[in-house]
Design a binder for this molecule. Structure first.
Ligand SMILES: [Zn+2]
Length: 427
């Protein structure tokens, strides 16, 4: 007679074609920021169809500045919907579990540089291509099908389970923050981000900023009469590289980060400036992000960044006169976390991973970026395990997720849930 674990794994296998179809459908939704509603409608109906009790709630802008889980935002949240499916545990004594995933995706870059259109997913051998396929629609789908496999095996979980599909992860984290403050928490959180089947041991805190420079527009025949906002911005960015180097050096005191070449990654993600090819430009705006270390306060790092930008304006004569730079905070402003070793939740994931990987142990690594798991870890002190499939080119061209990896992760998530929440046979 096969073990319960084997039965669960065969059910994942049996449902896997349907899982890939589900993922393909989900990747077709162009769930860019504030355009996630249709994808969320789909998730809501799929969860309801499976008997989950579904909560649908808007990202809550009224909490920004009032609860530390929230970060500044520059959009309104009228169409910013989050979905949580709840399934009550059967029997008693089970631990509760929340699978947390984000359904928002980043823009595709230049769609014409993709081999196929980014929102028309296509399968090539063992890979499924499409924007968001890896980051992180595959993980969301894995959590849903992990639960389907348990049901299909004729089992139910003793602990309560949630499937969370939130928005805003790629910019503010305010979707997960809203879920958190509304009480959608559990004894453990699992977030199947594309981690290459490894566990995230630590991640970084992140600040997202906007810098605007004010030039003096003029005709190019008299360049001395003007001052280029674009040149000012380039200069400012060069100065910021000094701050970046200093923050990288701070990482030498962080055992988990000291071997990462650039754990803070000052990234200028957007830049716009000027309005005429032959005018000295009056304005330039650049947006970016910078990371810092777990345990550090985002407020302190933000003040340090602000003071640095102030000092540049005082010290660099190019900025003489003052008032040429405006700094604002326009996205995530949140601490990182370090996953404590030796939790029961981690032990459970180790066991599930080993079972799917012929006994191999679960590797862990540091992911130097923001993760929604930080909300639950930092503000709820909940063991938050980030573990998901192999994906390539996330945020890049021809993003793709490995389907054999998705299958293994779905199995590991199902086995984890069975062990963590406990199972009741209903056959
Ligand atoms: Zn992600």
């Amino acid at each position: 007679m096969s073990s319960v674990q084997d039965q669960i794994q065969s059910c994942v296998d049996r449902l896997f074609d349907a899982e890939v179809q589900f993922l393909t459908k989900l990747v077709q939704f162009r769930s860019l920021r504030n355009e996630e509603a249709e994808a969320q409608d789909f998730i809501q109906s799929e969860l309801a169809r499976r008997g989950f009790e579904v909560s649908r709630f808007r990202t809550d802008a009224s909490r920004i500045g009032r609860h530390p889980a929230f970060s500044p935002a520059t959009v309104d949240y009228d169409t910013s919907w989050n979905i949580v499916g709840h399934r009550k545990g059967q029997g008693s004594g089970g631990r509760s579990l929340a699978f947390n995933s984000h359904v928002d995706v980043v823009p595709a870059g230049s769609p014409d540089r993709w081999s196929r259109p980014p929102f028309q997913p296509f399968r090539d051998g063992e890979w499924l291509y499409g924007r968001g396929a890896g980051d992180m629609k595959a993980g969301l789908v894995a959590s849903i099908f992990a639960m389907d496999a348990i049901t299909q095996a004729g089992l139910s979980l003793r602990g309560d389970v949630q499937i969370q599909s939130v928005v805003e992860e790629e910019i503010t984290g305010n979707g997960a923050a809203t879920a958190f403050v509304l009480g959608h928490t559990a004894d453990a959180v699992v977030s199947p981000e594309p981690t290459g089947e490894q566990l995230v041991r630590a991640n970084s805190g992140v600040l997202k900023f906007r810098l605007a420079t004010r030039g003096r527009p003029a005709h190019p025949m008299e360049p001395a009469a003007g001052q280029s906002a674009i040149d000012l911005m380039m200069r400012l960015i060069t100065h910021l590289r000094t701050l970046e180097r200093r923050w990288i050096a701070d990482g030498q005191r962080q055992p988990r980060f000291k071997d990462i070449e650039n754990p803070v990654s000052l990234t200028i993600g957007t830049i716009t400036g000027g309005d005429w090819i032959a005018s000295i430009p009056s304005d330039c705006v650049a947006e970016g992000r910078i990371g810092f270390y777990p345990g550090e306060s985002p407020g302190d790092r933000a003040r340090e960044f602000e003071a640095f930008v102030e000092r540049i304006q005082d010290e660099d004569p190019a900025f003489a006169g003052g008032g040429l730079v405006t700094l604002s905070w326009v996205g995530v402003m949140h601490a990182g976390y370090e996953l404590a070793e030796g939790t029961a939740a981690e032990a459970c994931l180790h066991a599930a991973h080993a079972r799917v990987h012929d006994g191999s142990s679960l590797p862990s690594f540091v992911m130097p970026c923001y993760l929604d798991a930080a909300i639950f870890s930092v503000h709820g002190k909940i063991p938050s395990l980030v573990y998901g499939p192999v994906a390539e080119n996330i945020h890049g061209i021809d993003e793709r997720v490995s389907l054999p990896s998705l299958r293994r992760v779905t199995k590991a998530l199902a086995l984890f849930a069975a062990e963590w929440c406990g199972i009741e046979g209903s056959r």
